[in-house]
Design a protein around this ligand. Structure first.
Ligand SMILES: Cc1cc2nc3c(=O)[nH]c(=O)nc-3n(C[C@H](O)[C@H](O)[C@H](O)COP(=O)(O)O)c2cc1C
Length: 323
């Protein structure tokens, strides 16, 4: 059946990567080990539903997170690729859930994190991932370095805008130096914060792109539904831009792509509710969609650190993803 949402289902090329459509599954922590049978099944389901890129959830870099190896990541990457999606993984600089403070890190600590990012990226590349994404958003550590109200450092990592950008930029530079053109570097950034605006973020983005970022993933705070915040990045920079947040209305997603506000849309909670959302929209089976009600039960599960599920699964504890 023809889709009335052709813009969403047009292919898109990023370097050597040919994407089957414009729908990205953003990083979504689901509280099962990503390399376990259940974790792999979860990601297979997300890829099988039709998204063109699956970004595996925030995952600790070596030394602080689960030990990632080429061998353990291989089946995860294969499960995503076998379903026709590109595979990326978000890399997180601290143990998930722990507090981090940019002001307490020594320069040696920072150098250590930067090196672990490079190591993580090479492991991910060797495991077959197409891309990695430093998590620079949502008020976590890298984002905090950027925030003038959180970063009180007086060395080269704090103070001026250039210095507040340095931590994220160095991570990207090191990943690029370690992996060259083998790996696409996504970068997730929150475009506006309490103490910074879009102009500062555009400057950050320019520096990130110069350092090697190939895709900007513009992620406002949860609940903000706006491709408008992605648009300035699309206008100012010559790299693909992902808009995320409430993009699960196919008409809104289509308009955002058609109007040139973004190249790709990431659909989060709706893909937890129904990973087949892309294929159902593409084939006109919208009446079959298990609709996300934005009740945020998935987010509450994450808060309780229990396997993420969905209130729309009719209480099925086994969850559709293992069927
Ligand atoms: C259960 C859950 C886990 C999430 N995990 C991550 C994560 O690992 N990294 C991240 O950057 N954002 C994470 N997010 C945010 C999503 O990637 C996305 O930005 C957000 O859900 C907004 O998109 P949506 O309106 O389509 O759901 C998570 C969100 C939820 C609900």
């Amino acid at each position: 059946m023809m889709s009335t949402f052709d813009e969403i289902f047009s292919t898109f090329r990023i370097g050597s990567l040919e994407l089957r459509n414009r729908i990205v599954c953003p990083p979504l922590v689901q509280c099962r080990p990503i390399t376990s049978a259940e974790g792999v099944a979860w990601y297979r389901r997300l890829a099988a539903g039709g998204a063109s890129v699956v970004i595996v959830e925030a995952t600790g870099i070596p030394g602080i997170g689960a030990e990632l190896t080429v061998e353990t990541l291989g089946p995860l990457v294969a499960a995503i690729h076998e379903q026709g999606a590109a595979a990326a993984i978000q890399l997180f600089p601290i143990p998930f859930g722990s507090e981090a403070d940019p002001n307490t890190l020594s320069v040696a600590d920072i150098d250590g994190i930067v090196e672990q990012y490079a190591l993580a990226a090479t492991i991910c590349r060797d495991a077959g991932f197409d891309g990695v994404e430093p998590h620079g958003a949502h008020g976590y550590l890298i984002n905090q370095f950027f925030m003038p109200d959180k970063n009180a450092r007086t060395d080269e990592y704090g103070g001026s805008l250039e210095d507040r950008c340095r931590f994220g930029v160095r991570i990207v530079e090191r990943i690029k130096a370690a992996t060259g053109d083998d790996l696409l570097i996504f970068y997730r950034h929150t475009p506006v914060g309490e103490a910074y605006g879009i102009d500062d973020s555009l400057e950050m983005a320019r520096r990130l792109v110069a350092a090697g970022v190939g895709v900007l993933d513009i992620s406002p705070a949860m609940g903000e539904r706006t491709a408008e915040l992605a648009a300035p990045f699309k206008e100012a920079l010559d790299v693909p831009v992902i808009a995320v947040g409430g993009m699960d209305d196919p008409a809104a997603a289509r308009e955002a792509i058609r109007d040139g506000r973004c190249d790709l849309v990431a659909v989060g909670r709706q893909l937890i509710a129904d990973a087949e959302w892309p294929d159902k929209v593409r084939t006109g089976r919208t009446d079959e969609i298990i609709t996300c009600t934005e009740c945020n039960e998935c987010f509450d599960d994450l808060g309780d650190w229990k396997p993420v599920g969905c209130s729309q699964w009719d209480g099925d504890p086994v969850a559709p993803f293992v069927r």
